[in-house]
Design a protein around this ligand. Structure first.
Ligand SMILES: [Zn+2]
Length: 72
């Protein structure tokens, strides 16, 4: 399923392929390289919040930790 996402900053339309009809996570604009946390529900964009690079890295660290715990 391909969902279209319009960047709030530069208005460029990007797309994202989803496995489910729900997604919450980071999105990076292909054009202006701005980061957002987006929520997609039933293949519709519900929210789009600005996300800083540090915040993204922190989230990825948390995910990495979670995966480590899962393996033990
Ligand atoms: Zn953009």
């Amino acid at each position: 399923m391909l969902v279209k996402i319009k960047c709030p900053k530069c208005e460029s339309e990007g797309s994202m392929s989803l496995v489910d009809d729900y997604y919450q996570g980071p999105y990076k604009c292909w054009k202006c390289r701005e980061l957002f946390t987006i929520t997609i529900d039933k293949n519709e964009l519900k929210s789009c919040e600005p996300l800083s690079q540090e915040e993204l890295e922190r989230q990825q660290e948390i995910d990495a930790l979670r995966n480590q715990f899962r393996r033990q």
